[in-house]
Design a protein around this ligand. Structure first.
Ligand SMILES: [Mn+2]
Length: 363
């Protein structure tokens, strides 16, 4: 069982004597377990002494089931909450309250500021990131479950690949299988690409692009399970690949594996990226690896840590979950990316996506 109380305690420890307004789904879900269908449905206020969850009548029944640890208040309109909470904040001796500047619009920020008479509203970026960076057991269980569904959906989906199927059809099948196997749906827009289009790292599946014999196929997809997402990419072939395709595939595979073999607690994010980059440079494709090595996964598909040559600070710690996704993209020819999800523990990395094989796959 997850302890949301512990998370609130951690938050108070991290920012002693501070008060917060959380007005976005990710933060509310992390601290309460309750996920509403709209970003602006629900306000969570946490002060050094109290915690209050404001929710409207459409959600009250579901919210009561989920939220046991925070006092719940039913509201008619959300913006009126800020007028009424001034007294609550003052009673807890709160003179200033923080809101996540990365998760609020400028207009909304201004109107909240206006409503909070006598209490100062301040913007602070990524308030929960230091907590969310290190996953607890509950989060690992959700991510592991998401990966398991991803694996089943992948193998079921590739059974239907044959010449003539479109990228969109294959993407639709993949997302159908994600739901059939127990996921909420895709964790992000699925990338399914054929042929020369595989050189587009974030290409969008098309209705009028059809699979042909002797073609490269790239699928980058993830499953949303209990609001946590997996993120996997596999590149494979319909019919025998060319010599060059094999060579590029094996270079990407070496880079991907070397990262898993070398990573350890304390290694800088920059260094992790360089392990893969050096390997791809050695193969002669250094300038074709056009994105960073990986990113954290959790409640969001792209969250810290960012494993990139541009990340100045930070190093691997036990409890982090992140992707390892080197790629080589040859414009007008083809692209190859392999992406795994890794969970770093005190005793070393665990390859969460080990069930989705990376041996050269020829259908
Ligand atoms: Mn990714």
């Amino acid at each position: 069982m997850v302890s949301y109380n512990d998370r609130i305690t951690q938050l108070r420890k991290l920012y002693p004597e501070k008060a917060f307004i959380f007005y976005d789904n990710i933060s509310r879900t992390y601290l309460s377990g309750f996920h509403s269908s709209e970003e602006r449905d629900g306000i969570l206020i946490i002060t050094p002494k109290s915690a209050l969850f404001f929710i409207d009548s459409r959600y009250i029944e579901a919210a009561k089931k989920e939220i046991k640890h925070i006092k719940m208040v039913e509201v008619q309109s959300y913006i009126s909450v800020f007028k009424d909470t001034t007294d609550i904040l003052k009673a807890d001796n709160v003179q200033e309250v923080f809101i996540d500047g990365n998760r609020i619009s400028l207009n909304l920020y201004r109107s909240i500021k206006k409503s909070l008479k006598g209490v100062k509203l301040k913007s602070k970026d990524n308030i929960l990131n230091p907590l969310r960076l290190i996953k607890d057991e509950h989060e690992i269980a959700n991510i592991t479950k998401a990966v398991g569904i991803t694996e089943k959906a992948f193998y079921k989906t590739i059974e239907i690949i044959k010449p003539g199927i479109s990228e969109s059809d294959l993407a639709a099948e993949l997302e159908y299988q994600m739901k059939k196997f127990g996921g909420l749906g895709p964790g992000f827009e699925s990338i399914v690409l054929f042929g020369a289009r595989t050189s587009l790292p974030h290409g969008v599946p098309q209705h009028d692009v059809f699979c042909r014999e002797k073609e490269v196929i790239l699928m980058d997809f993830g499953v949303d399970y209990n609001h946590y997402t997996s993120d996997v990419t596999r590149t494979f072939f319909l019919g025998e690949p060319t010599k060059k395709m094999k060579e590029v595939y094996l270079a990407v595979l070496r880079a991907n594996q070397k990262v898993f073999d070398k990573i350890k607690i304390g290694m800088t994010f920059k260094k992790v990226d360089s392990i893969a980059r050096n390997e791809i440079e050695k193969a002669g494709y250094g300038d074709k690896f056009i994105h960073s090595l990986g990113h954290g996964i959790g409640l969001e598909i792209h969250e810290p840590p960012f494993l990139s040559s541009k990340t100045k600070r930070g190093h691997l710690e036990a409890g982090m979950t992140f992707t390892d996704e080197p790629g080589i993209y040859l414009k007008n020819e083809f692209g190859v990316r392999l992406e795994d999800d890794i969970y770093l523990t005190e005793t070393g990395p665990i390859l969460l996506t080990s069930g989705i094989k990376k041996d050269l796959l020829i259908l």
